[in-house]
Every structure is written in structure tokens, then in C-alpha cells.
Write a protein that binds this ligand. Sequence first.
Ligand SMILES: [Zn+2]
Length: 80
Amino acid sequence: MEKKQISSHMQKKKKKTSKDPCAVCDENLYYNDDTTQRVGLLASDDYTIEGWMCPFCKSHFDLDDNLVNINHQAIRIGRA
Ligand SMILES: [Zn+2]
């Protein structure tokens, strides 16, 4: 389960791919070559990015893509 993505806030530096699935809901977080659909989460100082949130299932991850707060209710909802 090694993951290399550190992209906290819409910036991708990894090799190009159109596949960037969320580990929880499996939605594709890929947006384009430079941007993901990850939502950056700011720390309490409003400057430090401490992690990111999946816009689909609202689960929270830290900057190493470790799951911090899973949103169980959202896993099977998918799109309305
Ligand atoms: Zn998700």
C-alpha cells in the first residue's frame, strides 16, 4: 500500500495519468495534468495545508495519503 502522491492542494508533480482514484470511494480524483480534485484542508493557522479531502466521499487524508477520517455514510452513496 505504498503511495507516492503528496499533492495536497491541486498540484500534481507525478507522472501523467488519468487515473487517480480515491482510496475510499474509488472516484477518480484526476482533473487534468496539473490539477486534482482533492480539496486542501488547512490547519488552524489557515496557511498550513495539513491534508486533503475527497470531494466525493468527504473522507479526510493527511499529506501522505493516509486516511484520517473516513466518511462511512458516503461510501456507497455515489452521485445523486
Ligand atoms: Zn472519496
